[in-house]
Design a protein around this ligand. Structure first.
Ligand code: PGA
Length: 252
C-alpha cells in the first residue's frame, strides 16, 4: 500500500517571515490522524531551508530542496551540494522540474547526475517528468515521458531506484490553471508504472509513489487522488497558502 505523498513546491516565492508563518499554518492543519494517512513535504527556496527545517521540527512536515548540484564540493559558484542539503536537514529534493528543464535548460543527462548524487548522499529525489503541449498534441506524451524516466533513472539499480518518487507534471498544466483531467493523468501514471515494472520488476513498480502536478487545487485534488495510480500531488501555486495546501492534503 502506497502512502499518499503531497509536496508543496514554493518555487521562487516567499520571504523568511512568510515561510515560517506558512509552515506553522500547515503544521496546525496536519493534526490527528491525517498525519498517519499522508506524507507532507514543503520545498522552499534554498535560503529559507534552515529556518523552515527548524520550524517544521516535530510537526510531521518533511522539507525538500528545489534543486541540487551533483558534484560533492569545489569550484561550482552558486551551486548547492547534496551534503549541504543533508546538513541543513532536507529529506527530499526535486530533480528536473519542468522550469529547470525548459527555462534553465537542464538536460536529461544532467538530471540523471542529480538524481544519482541525491541518492548517493542520502536524499530522496522527486524526479519530475512531463510533456509540452505541442508534444501532447502530436501524440508524443508517452514517448517523451518514457525517455525522461529512462534517462533520469539511468544507471540506478533497483535498490537505489526505490528511493525515487516520480512526479508527472504535464508542462501545459503547470501554473496555467488548466489541470490534466483525472483520466488523462491516470493514463500516463499507469503507463509510468508499467514502465517501472518493465525496468525494475513488479515490486518496485508497486512501491513507487507517482505524484501528479500541474494546477492541483483543493477542488480537483480529491478526484485526482482517487485515481488508482495517482499517489500524491506536487503542488505549486496552491501550496503557498496554508488553507489551500491543507485542503489538498486533507482530501486524500
Ligand atoms: P502549479 O505548479 O501547481 O502552480 O501548477 C506545479 C509545479 O510546478 O510543481
Amino acid at each position: 500500500m502506497r502512502k499518499p505523498f503531497v509536496a508543496g513546491n514554493w518555487k521562487m516565492n516567499m520571504d523568511g517571515e512568510s515561510s515560517i508563518a506558512l509552515v506553522k499554518g500547515i503544521a496546525a492543519e496536519l493534526d490527528g490522524d491525517i498525519r498517519e494517512r499522508v506524507d507532507v513535504a514543503v520545498c522552499p527556496p534554498f535560503v529559507y531551508l534552515a529556518e523552515v527545517v527548524s520550524a517544521a521540527r516535530s510537526t510531521g512536515i518533511a522539507v525538500g530542496a528545489q534543486d541540487l548540484y551533483f558534484e560533492k564540493n569545489g569550484a561550482f559558484t552558486g551551486e548547492i551540494s547534496t551534503a549541504m542539503l543533508k546538513d541543513v536537514g532536507c529529506n527530499y529534493v526535486l530533480c528536473g522540474h519542468s522550469e529547470r528543464r525548459h527555462v534553465i535548460g537542464e538536460t536529461d543527462e544532467l538530471i540523471n547526475k542529480k538524481v544519482t548524487a541525491a541518492i548517493s548522499g542520502g536524499l530522496l529525489p522527486i524526479l519530475c517528468v512531463g510533456e509540452l503541449l505541442e508534444q501532447r498534441d502530436a501524440g508524443k506524451t508517452e514517448e517523451v515521458v518514457e525517455k525522461q524516466i529512462r534517462a533520469g533513472l539511468a544507471g540506478l539499480n533497483e535498490a537505489r531506484a526505490m528511493a525515487v518518487t516520480i512526479a508527472y507534471e504535464p508542462v501545459w498544466a503547470i501554473g496555467t490553471g488548466r489541470n490534466a483531467t483525472p483520466q488523462q493523468a491516470q493514463e500516463v501514471h499507469a503507463m509510468i508504472r508499467g514502465l517501472l515494472a518493465e525496468m525494475y520488476g513488479q515490486k518496485l513498480a508497486e512501491q513507487t509513489r507517482i505524484q501528479y502536478g500541474g494546477s492541483a487545487k483543493p477542488d480537483n485534488a480529491g478526484e485526482l487522488l482517487r485515481q488508482p495510480d495517482i499517489d500524491g500531488l506536487l503542488v505549486g501555486g496552491a501550496s503557498l497558502k496554508a488553507d489551500s495546501f491543507a485542503a489538498i492534503f486533507r482530501s486524500v
